[in-house]
Design a protein around this ligand. Structure first.
Ligand code: FAD
Ligand code: NAP
Length: 865
């Protein structure tokens, strides 16, 4: 569109909203928008409603979420009028349902069928979209919504010679409406994802000969199909609203038990019992939730994976075929597991054969069949069950041109970028329902679709009420959301698989994790929050004026947020409301419940001489042959709490990651012994460890002093003293979220005064117990006030949501100003506690690895003696 065209653009839109697609999403959106008084046109490439369920008519096609849940819930009347016949309804029944919905709400009159939307151009002057269709029609609209589906564009055949085959060719995703008679035919099926696995048992019933070409075996569990599950029906009958609400606030969009049983620590009989129950349930979210940690912990995941493999071996008669059907190249659940009806047993039929393409790849498709590296096979029919260009295929398949002539395809060339998985910068008044960056394909899509439709409709209603005509996300909001989506994925095992979730199935497609894995519940909360904060992260404009509440909706690491939520729900009393002995007892009790940290080579307890008696230490030795560098470690706890054991998981982690001996030393605590007792003990420990490094298994002059929180304060204090007193030689100092000053008036103190475990009142409590106010400015209490020149290289770690953040940053800056080499590691999205919560705050592992990398580099540098 030229500038002139733009200037001459239509005065107003022909309709308020154009919607593309008439599947679950388009139908419900039309219904809601119309009810709110918006004018709507829907375009649909198919000749009827149904979307997925219009196109995917292959034998055996069914849903894999129980139909009690994979259904609209927006209207109780509709629910009363429709009864699903089975636990997992077949494609014809789901299609009939969607047709019933279209009729019931008289939706067809606003849908134009057999019409593809080919392009949509944003007219920035008129503030509207101009939509072009395959029939030559052009429609202008204020808002353009793509309800085009995540799995609606079949992947193009990418096998050498495919067009040459002269026999019958079918795609599961475009199965002929009149059906296909395979009786007596020699049939090849290429692909063993959900579509292949559902169709193969039925194709085998008809075909004279069936050959399945499998590139990657998939995890599949029996659906145990039958009547709709009695327990779910009973819950729905008892309280439909409560059930639907539970679905909306569940992780996957289906009410499900959330377990805290860890695969790695559960006894064998518990593991087995939980797995068998999930296997019998025949439900995706049951098998994906056998253990709380199976999605994040490889060892736990392997327990489930191996139990599934055992089942496959027990079903399939031929051991070689069974082994070929056992998935081993990806973690369970990182590709969507399949639900089947007799899939594995199908391979026991004499006329069914599996070709393992990992062993004998397809070399070419010929006029008459398929050649592999070792044989030629002749077929009458080839069925491709080869999947979809998922999540983005349908979106970038349309020529969507936003502001400044940039197309969506261009903007997303390196991967999708969205705010809330719905909107994207540069494309005002544009929404992609169940878009990348939303839970979509990881969830019960019916629930996710309803949530998106409701959010979009509510948003348009809000805009109208405010007199606003355009809405567009801001770059910081979008960047923040992309970061959050990536942070969620990074904790899970999902990105390790070559799955369509990662774009890995389509050659050349950007490899990122496309959906949002943080959960339907958390996602809904984020969307609700954006609306409740008057469209945080969006710029709104129109006759009603302009507004922009810029910001990022989720800044905490997702697992940190979960931990904080869990703690908030426990309603624990604040530590500072307790006496020190009570607080210590409480800490000890909570420490007893945490994961122990990784295995190390050896753990040795000992004592060293302190100024007022012996100081206990615990030494962690790596499993590798020594000698090793030595890390002298001081625990946190505000000089009041803790001992040489209290940061044990962190010490173990440090030992394993750095391959160093870690010596965690206790020191005297306040209020029993106040300042400077702790600093005096830490100094004694440094001298002793420095002098006994070789006996401890250390390499001479490879000593680093490390500490967390108050321990970080002691690190700074003793390294300054070692410099003053000419030894011991300290190669480096690691200050983890340290206390460096006593003012307690920094920006971070105010911003993070409450809600992130270490609170401002707690920090004041610590200081009050430790040190008299008039002595808090001494450099052995507030090392930021000390002389910093000539100190050993430092690694200073600060956490974003920590009252101590700014004093940590100040210390790093002051060291740098004093020409001390400093590396500052800023733990984005983390709190004061994050790094110590080994195997709980999993995202902390990345930060600890970054620290370890720097420490290892420090150990490799020649010592400055
Ligand atoms: P779709 O149903 O895909 O509808 C999109 C429509 O947009 C299509 O009809 C398409 O023709 C149309 N369209 C696309 N581009 C254009 C264009 N440019 N112009 C005009 N029209 C266009 N999810 C679950 O949660 N549970 C399940 O059990 C489940 N089973 C599935 C089984 C199969 C075989 C497949 C393929 C997917 C399954 N899914 C399942 C995912 C399923 O896609 C969604 O549940 C849901 O049906 C998607 O609805 P939708 O309206 O968003 O998209
Ligand atoms: P898919 O999961 O992507 O599976 C495609 C299969 O084809 C894979 O086995 C793939 O092997 C194989 N393949 C692709 N290209 C190939 C090639 N060139 N040579 C050999 N093999 C090739 O697709 P899908 O089965 O259609 O399922 C997609 C998604 O739709 C599902 O994950 C699910 O979300 C949804 N779905 C659900 C149901 C249900 O049960 N309700 C049914 C169907 C679909 P590789 O793995 O090696 O790439």
């Amino acid at each position: 569109m030229t500038a002139d065209d733009r200037n001459a653009g239509p005065a107003g839109p022909q309709v308020d909203v154009v919607v593309v697609g008439a599947g679950f999403a388009g139908l419900y959106l039309l219904h809601r928008l119309r009810a709110e008084g918006f004018s709507v046109r829907v375009f649909e490439a198919a000749s009827d409603v149904g979307g997925t369920w219009f196109w995917n008519r292959y034998p055996g096609a069914r849903c894999d979420i129980p139909t009690t849940d994979y259904t609209f819930s927006f209207d109780p009347e509709l629910e009363r009028e429709w009864t699903w016949s089975e636990k997992y309804a077949t494609q014809p029944e789901i299609l009939r349902y969607l047709q019933f919905v279209a009729d019931r709400y008289d939706l067809r009159r606003d849908i134009t069928f057999d019409t593809r939307v080919e392009g949509a151009d944003w007219d920035d002057v008129a503030g509207l979209w101009v939509v072009r269709t395959s029939t030559g029609e052009t429609v202008s609209c204020r808002h353009y919504v793509m309800a085009t589906g995540c799995l609606s564009v079949p992947k193009a055949p990418d096998i050498e010679g495919a067009p040459r085959f002269a026999g019958e060719v079918y795609f599961t995703s475009r199965w002929p409406h009149e059906g296909v008679d395979l009786t007596g035919k020699r049939v090849a099926v290429v692909g063993t994802g959900s579509s292949g696995i559902q169709s193969i048992p039925l194709i085998a019933q008809q075909a004279a000969q069936l050959t399945v070409f499998q590139r990657t075996p998939n995890f599949s569990i029996p659906a145990h199909n039958g009547p709709a599950p009695a327990d779910r029906l009973a819950q729905l009958a008892a309280d439909r609203d409560a059930y639907r609400t539970a679905a909306k606030w569940s992780r996957g969009g289906v009410p499900a038990e959330v377990t805290d049983v860890l695969g790695v620590t559960a006894p064998e009989e518990v593991r087995r019992e939980r797995f068998e129950a999930a296997w019998e349930a025949g439900e995706l979210f049951a098998i994906l939730g056998v253990f709380a940690d199976q999605g994040v912990n490889p060892a736990s995941n392997e327990i489930v994976a191996e139990m599934v493999r055992e089942k496959i071996r027990s079903i399939v008669d031929d051991p070689e075929t069974a082994e070929a059907l056992c998935p081993k190249d990806h973690y369970f659940g990182t590709k969507r597991p399949c639900l089947d009806s007799g899939y594995h047993a199908t391979f026991n039929m004499p006329h069914v054969r599996l070709v393992d393409l990992r062993k004998t790849p397809i070399t070419t498709i010929t006029e008459t069949g398929i050649d592999t590296a070792t044989e030629s096979n002749e077929f009458d029919v080839i069925v491709y069950a080869t999947g979809f260009d998922a999540m983005t295929g349908a979106l970038v398949g349309v020529d969507v041109t936003g502001r400044d002539g940039v197309t969506l395809k261009e903007k997303w060339a390196d991967g999708p970028s969205t705010y809330l998985g719905l909107t994207t910068v540069g494309f005002p008044n544009f929404c992609a329902l169940t878009g990348p960056g939303s839970p979509s394909v990881l969830s019960n899509m019916a629930v996710s679709i309803e949530q998106h439709v409701d959010w979009v409709t509510d948003c348009l209603v809000d805009l109208r009420a405010k007199g606003m005509t355009t809405i567009e996300p801001t770059p910081p909001a979008e960047d923040g959301w992309n970061q959050h989506v990536a942070d969620c994925a990074a904790i899970s095992l999902h990105p390790t698989a070559n799955s369509w979730y990662m774009g890995a199935n389509v050659p050349g497609k950007p490899r990122v994790f496309y959906p949002y894995i943080g959960g339907v519940d958390n996602y809904r909360a984020a969307c609700d929050e954006v609306r409740a904060t008057d469209y945080l992260g969006f710029r709104l404009s129109g006759p009603g004026g302009e507004q922009c509440h810029d910001g990022v909706v989720r800044r905490l690491q997702p697992d940190v947020a979960l931990v904080l939520d869990a703690m908030a729900q426990m309603g624990l009393p604040p530590l500072e409301s307790m006496s020190p002995p009570e607080a210590r007892a409480f800490m000890e009790m909570s420490n007893g419940m945490r994961p122990p940290g990784p295995d190390v080579g050896e753990v040795v307890d000992g004592v060293l001489p302190g100024p007022a008696g012996e100081l206990e230490y615990r030494l962690f030795r790596p499993a590798s042959p020594g000698p090793h560098p030595v890390v002298l470690y001081f625990h946190g706890g505000g000089w009041v709490l803790g001992d040489q054991l209290s940061d044990e998981p962190l010490c173990r982690d440090l030992c394993v990651r750095t391959d160093a001996v870690v010596v965690s030393v206790d020191y005297r605590h306040a209020p029993e012994t106040r300042y400077p007792a702790a600093a005096e003990d830490a100094w004694a420990a440094l001298q002793w460890v420095g002098a006994h490094a070789i006996e401890l298994g250390g390499i001479p002059d490879h000593l680093v002093v490390a500490g967390w929180s108050a321990g970080g304060n002691l690190v700074a204090v003793v390294t300054q003293r070692a410099r003053n007193e000419g030894g011991p030689v300290v190669r480096g100092q690691l200050l983890l979220t340290p206390v460096t000053d006593s003012t307690m008036d920094t920006g971070s103190f105010e911003e993070n005064a409450d809600g992130y475990v270490l609170t401002a009142p707690l920090m004041r409590w610590f200081w009050d117990h430790y040190c008299d106010p008039e002595r808090r400015t001494e450099s052995t209490a507030a090392p930021l006030r000390g002389e910093l020149g000539g100190l050993p290289p430092a690694i200073v770690v600060t956490a974003e949501f920590d009252p101590l953040r700014d004093e940590g940053i100040a210390y790093a800056e002051a060291l740098r100003a004093a020409d001390v080499p400093v590396e500052h590691v800023a733990a984005r999205g983390h709190t004061h506690m994050s790094l110590t919560m080994v195997d709980v705050v999993l995202s902390g592992a990345r930060v600890r690895e970054e620290i370890a990398l720097r420490l290892r580099a420090l150990f490799r540098q020649p010592a400055e003696v």
